[in-house]
Design a protein around this ligand. Structure first.
Ligand SMILES: NC(=O)c1ccc[n+]([C@@H]2O[C@H](COP(=O)([O-])OP(=O)(O)OC[C@H]3O[C@@H](n4cnc5c(N)ncnc54)[C@H](O)[C@@H]3O)[C@@H](O)[C@H]2O)c1
Length: 400
């Protein structure tokens, strides 16, 4: 197997997780990292035992000639960095949301199609073993006594966090020029939308959204603070906040199925509480990210069954993601590894599932439709980019 030369741009919260995940995948070598400042770049390279560090990612591309580049920087930088990486000729693997708005994401998605390259977006929750099992229970062959879920009646869920619950909680995500106009919907709602679409196999085509900013002013630390870190209380300035702390979204999928999701970054005690429920004609299923290796199957007559991830407990494609025997818990880090591994397998010619730039563009359009719905107090349709659809058709590709 040929070794893929990998570079990572941005070594904050998620960048370090990418590095760990990459190192679990055979046939990869992290050759360089790029960070904003010399001191942090150098320190990170030393800590991670990475041979080269840069503060200018373009210089890194020129000198290191990586095959794959992971983009793990704040949202406002994704567009330019991804464009530069693709134009340089490397494969881009970008964090979500892919861009600040659909103008940016449409251009990136078109560029990928026109260049005939591959580029992925880190929607990592769809690669959990039990999320894939939910997908199988809707679409696949189920050979256990419980059988498939049947006709899908509704898709429900939430994504709740509490790390922005106090006015002293501050992060680049609250600055529209860095994080985007939307915060909670774009930051965590995007994950729920992708996961729900993956599980059902259907696109969200209509949304009705209400949202609120419950902390209208936050205390901005006078020095840089990374995700999930806090600064000392005396070192703040007060800033106005325009992005939403929570949102309540009703959705409709392209087969007419209805759904609903609650999103919040100010829900006390909820850390990374992503939940997806599917109500079917045979039973309902619940997957909770904080108990990632379990799937609840709730049956009216049989009762409630907890399935643990394990090769003998899941079906079809999910078996690839549940290689440890049941009870050996798999979790967040395993799903991230699976996500990146799927993209790398695609680069090596396998036909496997990863989130494309086209899909990520569509998720940004769902977020934009939510904002419009909240502003205008009405249902708003989500439509794929016509220009992108034409570009795909011109290249013999279909929208997925
Ligand atoms: N998929 C997930 O589950 C998940 C989880 C967390 C974050 N994210 C996404 O990852 C991205 C980063 O988020 P984070 O929480 O790691 O932020 P962070 O603030 O912890 O880290 C960002 C890092 O990028 C560096 N950086 C900024 N501009 C740079 C540039 N031009 N060149 C090199 N380095 C640069 C910063 O110095 C910082 O170290 C965001 O887009 C976020 O939405 C995804």
């Amino acid at each position: 197997m040929e070794t893929l030369r990998v570079a990572v741009i941005g070594g904050g919260f998620i960048g370090k997780q990418h590095m760990e995940a990459i190192r679990r995948i055979p046939g990869t070598q992290i050759v360089a990292i790029s960070e904003m400042f010399e001191a942090s770049a150098k320190k990170l390279a030393e800590e991670q035992a990475i041979p080269a560090w840069y503060t200018d990612y373009k210089e890194m591309l020129e000198k290191e000639k990586p095959d794959v580049v992971h983009i793990c920087t704040p949202n406002n930088t994704h567009f330019q960095i991804a464009k530069d990486v693709i134009e340089f000729g490397a494969y881009a693997y970008c964090e979500k949301p892919l861009g600040m708005n659909s103008k940016e994401t449409e251009e990136l998605a078109r560029l990928v199609v026109e260049k005939g390259t591959k580029a992925g977006v880190n929607f990592n929750y769809r690669q959990n073993a039990m999320v894939r099992e939910m997908h199988e229970r809707i679409h696949g062959e189920i050979n256990d006594p419980i059988g498939p879920v049947g006709k899908v009646y509704a898709v429900r869920g939430h994504y709740l966090q509490d790390w922005m619950m106090y006015d002293t909680d501050y992060n680049w995500r609250v600055v529209p020029a860095l994080g985007g106009v939307s915060r909670t919907i774009a930051d965590i709602g995007s994950h729920w939308f992708d996961t729900a679409q993956y599980v059902t196999g259907h696109k969200i085509v209509k949304v009705f959204c209400d949202m609120q900013t419950v902390i209208p002013q936050r205390k901005k630390p006078l020095k840089q603070v990374r995700t999930f870190e806090t600064a000392a209380p005396e070192e703040y300035e007060l800033v106005d906040i325009s992005s939403e702390d929570s949102a309540f979204v009703i959705v409709e999928f392209d087969d007419g199925t209805k759904g609903q999701v609650t999103l919040s970054q100010v829900a006390g005690g909820h850390k990374n509480d992503l939940q997806v429920d599917v109500d079917g004609s045979n039973y309902s299923m619940t997957w909770q990210q904080e108990y990632a290796d379990k799937l609840d199957i709730n049956h009216r007559q049989i009762g409630n069954i907890v399935r643990f991830a394990g090769p003998d407990m899941v079906s079809g494609d999910a078996v690839r993601y549940a290689q440890l025997s049941s009870g050996h818990s798999v979790g967040w880090a395993d799903a991230l590894k699976n996500t990146i591994s799927e993209f790398y397998r695609t680069l090596r010619g396998a036909e496997v599932n990863y989130a494309t730039f086209t899909e990520a563009d569509y998720v940004v359009r769902i977020v934009e439709a939510c904002l419009k719905s909240a502003e205008e107090g009405r249902w708003v349709e989500v439509k794929p980019s016509e220009v992108l659809m034409k570009t795909l058709a011109d290249h013999g590709m279909t929208f997925r």
